[in-house]
Design a protein. Structure first.
Length: 318
């Protein structure tokens, strides 16, 4: 089914696009960049943190100030043209924001349309070694799962049969392209997860916090200040604490088993540097400042350069 055009904006009018996109962000809608977050594929941004930003419980991160994001914007046209040239495709900018005709909470602002095909193009830049290595050889379909989820979201909204992902890899530098076919089974799972997320949004509720960096960041933002006084204990608090104790006990046992295996290998190594192809146990030099001695012998300098910070310490009381 053809998507609905929600908004048209002037070519190269990024400010107009950002303003309308921000309005959608705080409404019952999900775009392609939110799809991998909802699927739990982004370590730095959990579903709970995304929801808190959408509900304006915490301030939304301004990604436009991040250098790699600004560089990606500057390189977008170059990567699009290079990818189209390599594949012999005709492309055009898509100066519209679309809405799915079957799932109104799904919206799409795509980078490029491929002329004469039910297909589109997504442009990426990648510089972090951990991200770069998740891209396969050019011409394959091996991309990070987060990119795959984003493309499937776009194809579900637009009714496209396939997409091209054009990537500029740094610091090589190198451009690569990948062909991603429409995956109806994956899209079905994606739509279900996005629908559950939007239902929580309409109820003003957060998804369960997980153990990702994103949820940890949400906890930090939510608990910046520490006001004197304790909350009354409720049953679900006791249940969470009980589970935490159980996990803590299990982790300690696993840590002991891990240490036992490490000790056995170290004992085998003895005075050697390691075991070829298995492990190493080498000496290295480490320098550090003796704070206790420095404070004793140079109290004024220590007082001048010491840095004080306020933190919160979590401790189970049972």
């Amino acid at each position: 089914m053809r998507p609905v055009i929600m908004h048209k904006y002037a070519p190269d009018s990024r400010s107009e696009w950002l303003e309308y996109r921000n309005t959608l962000f705080h409404g019952p809608y999900l775009g392609g960049s939110e799809a991998p977050v909802v699927m739990g594929l982004i370590q730095q941004k959990s579903p709970a943190l995304l929801m808190a930003e959408k509900l304006e419980m915490v301030e939304k991160e301004d990604v436009g100030r991040i250098t790699r994001v600004r560089l990606g914007i500057q390189l977008e046209d170059f990567v699009a043209r290079e990818t189209a040239r390599e594949l012999g495709l005709r492309i055009r900018r898509c100066n519209r924001i679309h809405q799915s005709s079957s799932n109104s909470f799904m919206v799409a602002s795509v980078d490029r349309e491929i002329v004469g095909s039910k297909a589109g193009m997504e442009i990426k830049t990648a510089s972090a070694p951990g991200v770069v290595k998740r891209y396969g050889d050019s011409g394959t379909g091996k991309v990070p799962e987060s990119v795959y989820a984003q493309c499937q979201h776009y194809m579900a909204v637009m009714g496209w049969e396939w997409m091209v992902v054009g990537v500029f890899l740094m610091p090589l530098p190198e451009t690569r392209h990948y062909i991603i076919p429409s995956d109806e089974e994956y899209q079905h799972k994606l739509v279900q997860k996005e629908e559950r997320f939007i239902n929580l949004f309409k109820e003003g509720r957060l998804p369960h916090l997980d153990g990702t960096d994103g949820s940890t960041e949400l906890v930090r933002r939510n608990g910046k200040a520490c006001i004197e006084g304790m909350l009354d204990a409720k049953e679900h608090h006791r249940m969470l604490a009980k589970k935490l104790v159980q996990f803590d006990t299990a982790v300690k046992k696993l840590e002991q088993r891990k240490k036992a295996l490490e000790n056995r290998l170290k004992f085998e190594i003895g005075e050697a540097e390691g075991i070829e192809g298995i492990c190493s146990w080498r000496e290295y030099q480490r320098e550090c400042l003796d704070n206790k001695l420095f404070r004793k012998e140079h109290p004024e300098l220590f007082s001048r350069y010491k840095k004080q910070s306020t933190q919160r310490r979590f401790k189970l009381l049972e």
